[in-house]
Ligand binder design. Structure first.
Ligand code: HEC
Length: 193
């Protein structure tokens, strides 16, 4: 892996501390409790850190490592060698990438990590979670837009897999990879390539 130096702008950037979200200490009536239950019904959006390590990385591998096999030994597009199991792996992985990205694209409160959690290679040329949080907090709409784009590309992957369209499967793999990369460039190590 390449070693990314710390961008100077990030070093001087003030760290924005997010106030913890505290529930009002009020007695709730039965209706209020029922209403709150409805509001909270959706799955909670995980931290970016959790999502990246436990969802994005493995699901991307599930899709892209399998999509590689739409090319045969002669370097031609030819999906005939793929097993049903491989098609299923790609379908499930692409759907998972789409759904989590859609969820992030609609999340008002993007949280990078739990307090004290160490990110990948933090301190070894990579910035800590508080700095990533500060970068995202300066442009949360941009982050959500990139997640919406990620969801779109993953949905194209789902469609290509469902249609058994080898070219579409391969293109979607490249586009998803590019979507990972451009968000990392913008929000993880801004100013770098
Ligand atoms: C909309 C933004 C965005 C998209 C899209 C995105 N990432 Fe990330 N990713 C981040 C941010 C921000 C970090 C740095 C914070 C962190 O480490 O969790 C990160 C960090 C990571 C890490 C390091 C996690 C760690 O251990 O700290 C991995 C691995 C990763 N992303 C994989 C992927 C893959 C694979 C994709 C595409 C399938 C992807 N990401 C798409 C924003 C994004």
């Amino acid at each position: 892996m390449r070693n990314f130096g710390l961008p100077a702008g990030i070093m001087g950037m003030a760290v924005i501390m997010l106030a913890a979200c505290v529930h009002d200490d009020v007695e709730m009536t039965g209706t209020a409790i029922a209403e709150e239950a409805v509001e909270d019904a959706g799955p909670e959006t995980p931290t970016v850190y959790y999502a990246m390590t436990d969802i994005y990385q493995p699901q991307f591998q599930g899709y892209a490592d399998t999509a590689f096999w739409v090319w045969n030994d002669e370097g031609e597009l030819d999906a005939s060698g793929l097993t049903e199991e491989q098609w299923e792996t790609m379908l499930v992985s692409a759907k998972n990438l789409r759904d989590i990205s859609l969820q992030f694209s609609e999340e008002p409160d993007i949280r990078v990590a739990e307090p004290g959690e160490q990110l990948f290679n933090e301190g070894k040329g990579f910035i800590p979670s508080e700095s990533v949080q500060a970068v995202i907090d300066t442009n949360p709409d941009g982050f959500r837009a990139m997640m919406a784009y990620m969801a779109e590309q993953s949905d194209l992957a789902v469609q290509a897999v469902e249609a058994r369209n080898a070219q579409g499967v391969s293109d979607a793999s490249d586009n998803i990879y590019a979507a990972c990369k451009s968000c990392h460039t913008a929000f993880w190590y801004p100013g770098r390539r």
